[in-house]
Design a protein around this ligand. Sequence first.
Ligand SMILES: Cc1cc2nc3c(=O)[nH]c(=O)nc-3n(C[C@H](O)[C@H](O)[C@H](O)COP(=O)(O)O)c2cc1C
Length: 190
Amino acid sequence: MLRDLMQKNRSYRRFQQEVAVDLQTLRELVDLARLSASAGNMQPLRYILSCDPEKNAVVFPNLAWARYIENWPGPAEGERPSAYIIVLEDRQVDHPLHCDHGIAAQSILLGATERGLGGCIIGSINKLNLRNELNIPVRYDILLVIALGKPKEKVEIEKLGTDGDVKYWRDSEGVHHVPKRALDEIILPL
Ligand SMILES: Cc1cc2nc3c(=O)[nH]c(=O)nc-3n(C[C@H](O)[C@H](O)[C@H](O)COP(=O)(O)O)c2cc1C
C-alpha cells in the first residue's frame, strides 16, 4: 500500500483550481509533519497555511515551476494550486537545520496523496518578495513552499535512458514523464 502511495505521489504542477482545499485539511497535513522525525527532536519547523484565493494569488508569483520544461511559465489561471503550505525554520531554535523540512514535505505530500490530492515541493522561491508580501518576520527562514490541489495532469515514471538524462518532459498529450534511476544503479555493490 505504501508503494502504491509512493508511486502516486508525483510532483503535480497543474490542478483543478476550482476544487478547494480547506483549512482543516491543511491542518491535518501539517499534523503529519508534526509527527515526523526531527534531528535532535528540536522541531524547528513552522508553517503558514494558504487556501483562500487572495492569499494564494500572493504566493503564486513568487514560485518557479518545472525548470526542464521550456517555454512554460507555470500553471495558467484555472490550473493553479488551491492551497499552499509554506515551510519555515524558526531561527530561535538553537540547533543546526538538517533535513527536517524534506521529511516534513514528504509526510505532507503522502497525506495529500492519500486524500486524492497532489502537490509539488517548490524550492525555487522569491523569498525576499514572499517575506515582504506576507509580512513574515525575519525570525522565520523560508525553506520550502508546498503547492497543493486536485491534480489535473497525468504523471508517469520512466526508466532513465542510457544517456543518463534526468530531465522530465511533457509529451504532446500533456502527460508528464519523470525518469527514475534503476534500483541496481542506486544500490552500490560495496
Ligand atoms: C527540495 C526540492 C525542491 C524542488 N523545487 C522545485 C521547484 O522549485 N519547482 C518545481 O517545479 N519543482 C520542484 N521540485 C520537484 C522536482 O522537480 C520533482 O521532485 C522531480 O522532478 C521528480 O519528480 P517526482 O517528484 O514526480 O518524482 C522540487 C523537489 C524537491 C525535493
